[in-house]
Design a protein around this ligand. Structure first.
Ligand SMILES: C[S@@+](CC[C@H](N)C(=O)[O-])C[C@H]1O[C@@H](n2cnc3c(N)ncnc32)[C@H](O)[C@@H]1O
Length: 238
């Protein structure tokens, strides 16, 4: 009997402070600005709507759940810290090819170093987590890498009803290596193989999306929805 009373008391406490939490919680954009993530700066905003404003629309219902979020691309750790603060009961996982990113590990932020183009790495990392609720690709922005990561992670490591996000799709039109010299200019990119060709062909992404849209039209496959916003795409799983 005492045990039941204790459980009821705990539930009442959780309900009371859970509601207070919701009332007082800052928005994702407020948190993002505090941690200085570029996901809400002018370069990632269209029509006064930033990536974080968009994400809030999808994430607010699950904000207080013990979600597991995986992001490809850590850089200075700003976005990982933003997710940790926003999802108070969640666990954040980051992947990056740059070994220096290991330094951003902290409580509820887990890090693995490896290449998003390496399926063997993707299948072995964070094996303690079977499936993630949210996966965000903010890594190399090389079409071939984005497609490899999606094909493996969406099918094998994303929960049913989970969301997979591909960011910065404007890069998918660009000759990243010959015009932008990304291996020398973008942080962390120098760890990619210098002998590969990193010039994107948008056609590859068009075919990638087209094939998925076609399956949706014929009620086939494991994609429930594909939402395009400016520069990003959110794909949910059946
Ligand atoms: C745009 S930054 C990530 C920014 C971070 N998500 C944020 O919002 O604060 C891109 C990151 O992708 C990493 N990266 C580049 N190529 C990669 C690859 N092949 N696999 C995994 N990470 C890669 C870079 O080292 C860099 O840290």
């Amino acid at each position: 009997m005492n045990g039941i009373k204790k459980i009821l008391k705990r539930i009442k406490y959780r309900a009371k402070y859970g509601i207070i939490d919701i009332v007082k919680q800052p928005s994702l954009t407020e948190i993002g600005r505090r941690f200085k993530t570029d996901k809400c700066d002018d370069n990632h905003t269209f029509n006064n709507i930033s990536y974080l404003d968009i994400y809030e629309k999808y994430f607010s219902q699950i904000r207080n759940n013990p979600i597991k979020l995986l992001e490809i691309g850590i850089n200075a750790g700003a976005s990982l810290r933003t997710w940790k603060e926003y999802f108070k009961y969640g666990e954040v996982f980051g992947i990056d090819i740059d070994p220096n990113c290991k330094n951003h590990k902290e409580n509820r932020i887990n890090i693995k170093i490896g290449n998003q183009d390496d399926v063997n790495f993707l299948s072995n990392c964070f094996r303690e987590v079977d499936e993630f609720d949210i996966i965000i690709d903010d890594g190399s922005h090389i079409n071939k890498h984005m497609i490899t990561s999606f094909d493996y992670l969406f099918n094998n490591r994303l929960k049913s009803k989970g969301i997979y996000i591909i960011e910065d799709l404007s890069c998918s039109y660009k000759n990243l290596q010959t015009e932008y010299d990304i291996l020398n200019i973008w942080p962390g990119m120098k760890y990619n193989d210098p002998d590969e060709n990193y010039d994107n062909k948008r056609e590859d992404m068009n075919n990638f999306f087209f094939e998925k849209i076609k399956k949706l039209d014929f009620c086939q496959g494991n994609i429930l929805s594909i939402h395009f916003w400016s520069m990003i795409c959110l794909i949910t799983k059946t």
